[in-house]
Ligand binder design. Structure first.
Ligand SMILES: CC(C)(COP(=O)(O)OP(=O)(O)OC[C@H]1O[C@@H](n2cnc3c(N)ncnc32)[C@H](O)[C@@H]1OP(=O)(O)O)[C@@H](O)C(=O)NCCC(=O)NCCS
Length: 182
């Protein structure tokens, strides 16, 4: 039996090992990137209106994690994506999508628990009750389960084949208007 539980920034910071475990199992990142990811996640917990859900087994072990926060200028992802949106679609579009946005930073489900509705339930739970106008995120621009899931929830492509500075993978930047349908 899996339950969803809201986690505040303090508990999130204390449970970073468990968060990283789910992340590592789900994403299988190169080992030399994990320490950097840990620092980035720890910093995310300090962002405004941080919200997180753990999907937990009955014994309290997290098997899914999802979190986001209010995007503001000065945050790396926000600034990079804003610049790219201005370039591609103009200032009005960038302001419309990012001016009052919940930025969904991470959503991962342990492979043993994927395909059971946990990812969909966590996104709905993270977005529920948020006061922002939009929700935005980035995901690899490939035919993944994540891409399928986001599209089915109502996210649309804002940018495709986007390469973050210093990276090489191609990403899609997606957005939807809040509240989510249904
Ligand atoms: C993306 C992810 C969070 C979705 O979580 P989940 O609990 O597996 O998703 P759900 O069970 O809620 O399923 C959502 C949809 O994705 C589909 N899906 C799930 N796993 C799939 C897979 N391996 N291949 C294709 N579709 C898949 C489901 O069929 C479902 O679609 P449907 O409702 O139309 O049938 C999870 O697959 C994951 O952690 N993936 C690896 C890490 C990742 O890519 N994270 C997102 C980074 S942006």
């Amino acid at each position: 039996m899996i339950g969803l539980r809201r986690i505040g920034p303090d508990e999130f910071t204390l449970r970073l090992d468990a968060v990283l475990h789910v992340y590592t199992e789900a994403m299988n990142p190169p080992a030399d990137q994990i320490a950097g990811r840990r620092l980035i996640m720890g910093n995310h917990a300090t962002h405004p209106a941080f919200t997180c859900l753990f999907a937990e087994r009955a014994d309290g072990t997290p098997v899914g994690i999802a979190y986001g926060f209010h995007g503001v200028p000065g945050q790396w992802w926000h600034d990079v994506v804003r610049r790219a949106l201005v370039e591609k679609h103009g200032e009005g579009s960038a302001r419309g999508w990012l001016g009052d946005a919940l930025e969904l930073a991470e959503i991962h489900v342990h492979p043993d628990y994927q395909g059971k509705g946990i990812g969909r339930a966590m996104i709905a739970g993270i977005c529920a009750g948020r006061l922002e106008r939009t929700a935005v995120l980035s995901t690899r621009d490939r035919p993944t389960a994540a891409r399928h899931l986001y599209r089915s929830i109502g996210f649309v492509d804002l940018l495709t084949q986007f390469v973050f500075p210093g990276g090489h993978e191609r990403y899609a930047i997606l957005g939807t208007v809040l509240p989510l349908d249904g």
